[in-house]
Every structure is written in C-alpha cells, then in structure tokens.
Ligand binder design. Structure first.
Ligand code: FAS
Ligand code: PHB
Length: 393
C-alpha cells in the first residue's frame, strides 16, 4: 500500500473540491485531490449553468475566472412565464445593478482542472476513497483504491467534497448526524441542443402540463428542461416528443415555437432537498453537495457549493497557518445559516413553478404566489436579490 502524508485531503474533483484545492494551493497549504471518475468524465458532466454575481467575482479572485469573463453570458434579467404571458424580473434594476453569468458547470470544472494540473498539484483521477477515519485522532486517515492499487493518506484535515452519494457524509458518526430531506413529486428532463437560443434571457415557465425552463450555454447551444413525473424514463421521450412538449409549454403569441437542433446530451434528474448537519466532525469538513442538495429551480446548487468553499478555505488557512480555531469551530453554523436560506428559496421557486396534479388548492396557492412575484415590487425585489446573489447577502 502506497502511503502519502499531506495537510488536507480533498475527496472529489467537482466544483467544490477543485476550487478548494486552488485556494489552498494559493495559500501554500499542501493538499491532494482524489477523484473516483476519469478527467474526461468530470469535464463532460453537464449540470449547473447559472453563476451568482458574488460567486463569479469569487471565481475571478481565485484566479479561475478568465474564460468565464470572456465566454460567459452576462444577464440582467430573467423571465417568468405562465398562462401564456411573459413577465420579466429586472434582476439588475432590483438588485443594485448585479447580474448573473450563464457559464456551464463543466466549463468551471475544466478551468479549475487546468489550473491545478498546470500548477503541478496532486489530482488523482480514477482513485476512489473507500474509508475516512481518525477524525478525532492526531491525524485523519483516508484509504483509497487507484489505478496503481491501494493508497493510504494521513492528513490534518479531510474536505468531503464528494457529493451527495459520496463516502464523506457517511463517515460522520451516526450519533451526531441529523439529516433533513424532501423529495418532490417530479423530476427534470434536461437536454443540451445545438440550437441557437430563441430567447436572450432565461425563461422559467409554469404550464398546466408542467414546468419548462429555457436556458443556454452559448449563441449556438440551448439548455432546456421539462418537469416530468419521477418515474418517467428517458427512452419514453423521443426527440420529437421533447420538442413538441417544450413548444406547447413555452408558447406565447410573441414566441409560438422555439429553435430546434441536434440533442447532444440528455438526462433525467430527481428533485430533492437534503441538508446534513453538522458539516464538520473533528478533522472532517463537508462542503457542497456532500452536505446539501437543492432542487435546481433556484439555480443554487453549484453556487452554494462554492460559497461553502469560500468559508472553508479561510477557516483551514487560519487554523493551519495561524493555529486559530475560531473560523473552523464556526464553519458548520456559518454555512448552515446560508444553506437553509438557499433551501427556502429553492423550495419557493420549485413549488411556485411546478403544478401539482394532486391538489387543486395547492395549485391555487402557487398561482397566487406566482402572480404576486411578478406584480409586487417587494416580492420581485426579494426574488431578484436571492436569485442574483443569495450566497453573498
Ligand atoms: P459534485 O457532485 O459536482 O462533485 C463530487 C465529486 O466527487 C464527483 O466528481 C464524484 O465523482 C466524486 N466522488 C464521489 N464519491 C467519491 C469517492 N468515494 N472518492 C473519490 N471521489 C468521489 N445545480 C444547479 O444549480 N443547476 C442545475 O441545473 C443542476 N443540475 C444538476 C444535474 C445533476 C444530474 C446533478 C447530480 C446535479 C445538478 N446540479 C445543478 C447540482 C450540481 O451542480 C451540484 O450542486 C454541484 O455539482 C455541486 O458540486 P460539488 O459539491 O463539487 O459536488
Ligand atoms: C442551466 O442553465 O442549466 C440552469 C439554469 C437555471 C436553473 C437550472 C439550470 O435554475
């Protein structure tokens, strides 16, 4: 068994793990990232698309924002559509001039992987962490299986950035863990298509047949979603059925149909909310999806993960370089206050935009909430501020 000692072991090379590695490198803290998938796999995974104002600035400050600033699409508003009428939420006007940047998560991952490899820092792909222990000992222990066989790492701290189904959140003692969970009665069918966007800004749409979202990745790539029943399978949705359904749900007089193109990626994602408390036990810190999941309706998943890393990197630096425990001791409480705010906003957006076929009263309440969101200055201001910069409020 090969043995490595380092100061911080980071489990997972998603946005959270990679950005944490970048920040620790910048602060001169020795760290190793272990990723169970291949580089090709993690760089091709299509997921989030919207970056909040403060998080875009944070990526730039971390030295990972150059291509995002050059290729990312800066948006000043978002549209909410229901009953075939369009209502623009003027994000920048309502949120002190702030904007969102539309830039795919896989592009953020590519940028961070390139930075790490160019810096010659350890990033072990196809290396799966099997065990995390020693959380209250003098050193933590991480056992992994990689291409070259078994690996044992000892370290001062382990950052569990391995997502919802990773090993880190299962390594917290069951006596201390509290898990909160909600599963929504629908999933999202998402496609990436070689079709020039039919709209300049994102469109969130509530239709009696279900939810639809029109997003994009570039002037030639559209990213679209349909709310579907949770039991639906991808092979029940032909290309024609997907485009027809998107047309029906998104149609207005001004935009009766949308541009179509070759679908290059497709998937169905369950809609869940999860919070795991605490986000720290001894030498193990959780960040990102390892600690929480939000339904993507509020475009918070990746932003929440990177906001955790903003707190964690400072806390680890204060502890390792100045032996100051304060930020590390407060890490979990500091993050969870923001995490629950994001859970509330994501739940608000999800409930309001997805009709339920189970409860007409709920539909009435949600429609009233939607009308208030687009007609009340106070309600649309709160929505805009949360959508554009919740993690920095
Ligand atoms: P990630 O899940 O991105 O990364 C965790 C990494 O850890 C993975 O690369 C995994 O391979 C690795 N790993 C797991 N176990 C390991 C082990 N034992 N050893 C080593 N490595 C291990 N958010 C939005 O805002 N908008 C969206 O539209 C959206 N769509 C999504 C679609 C899907 C299918 C999923 C799953 C999530 C989606 N999200 C979306 C949320 C998503 O963007 C996450 O919030 C974001 O990826 C969180 O980043 P990380 O916390 O780094 O976790
Ligand atoms: C995306 O572009 O993938 C996207 C945008 C907004 C969301 C979710 C996903 O709320």
């Amino acid at each position: 068994m090969k043995e490595i000692h380092t100061q911080v072991v980071i489990v997972g090379a998603g946005p959270a793990g990679l950005l944490l590695g970048q920040l620790l490198n910048r602060d001169g803290i020795d760290n190793v990232i272990l990723e169970r998938r291949s580089r090709e796999y993690v760089e091709k995974r299509v997921r989030a698309g919207v970056i909040e104002f403060g998080i875009a600035n944070f990526l730039e400050e971390a030295g990972a924002g150059a291509r995002m600033r050059y290729e990312g699409l800066v948006h000043h508003g978002v549209e909410i559509r229901f009953e075939r009428s369009s209502h623009r939420i003027a994000l920048s006007d309502l949120a002190s001039g702030k904007t969102i940047t539309v830039y795919g998560q896989q592009e953020v991952v590519k940028d961070l992987v390139a930075l790490r490899l160019n810096a010659g820092a350890e990033l072990l792909f196809e290396t799966e962490v099997k065990f995390i222990g020693g959380l209250t000992d003098d050193l933590a222990v991480v056992d992994a299986e990689g291409l070259d066989g078994s690996l044992r790492l000892t370290c001062d701290y382990v950052a569990g950035c391995d997502g919802s189904f990773g090993v880190a959140n299962r390594s917290l003692p069951s006596s201390v863990v509290r898990r909160y969970e909600r599963t929504y009665p629908f999933s999202w069918l998402g496609i990436l298509a070689e079709a020039p966007p039919t709209t300049d800004e994102l469109i969130y749409c509530r239709h009696e047949r279900g939810f639809a979202l029109y997003s994009m990745r570039s002037p030639t790539l559209s990213r679209l979603y349909l709310g579907v029943r949770p039991e639906e399978k991808l092979d029940e949705w032909s290309d024609d059925r997907i485009w027809d359904e998107l047309d029906v749900r998104l149609a207005t007089e001004e935009m009766p149909e949308i541009n179509q193109g070759r679908i290059v990626e497709r998937g169905i994602t369950a809609m869940r909310s999860v919070v795991i408390e605490p986000m720290r036990f001894g030498r193990l810190l959780l960040a990102g999806d390892a600690a929480h999941i939000v339904p993507p309706t509020g475009a918070k998943g990746m932003n929440l993960a990177l906001a955790d890393v903003r707190v964690l990197s400072r806390a680890l630096c204060e502890k390792i370089q100045h032996d100051d425990d304060a930020l590390l001791d407060d890490y979990s409480a500091t993050c969870l206050e923001r995490v629950w705010r994001a859970e509330e906003f994501s739940n608000y957006m999800t409930q309001m935009l997805h009709p339920t076929h189970l409860d007409d009263f709920e539909n009435g309440v949600q429609s009233a909430r939607l009308r208030q969101a687009v007609t009340s200055l106070e309600a649309s201001t709160v929505l805009a501020r949360n959508y554009v910069d919740l993690n920095s409020l």
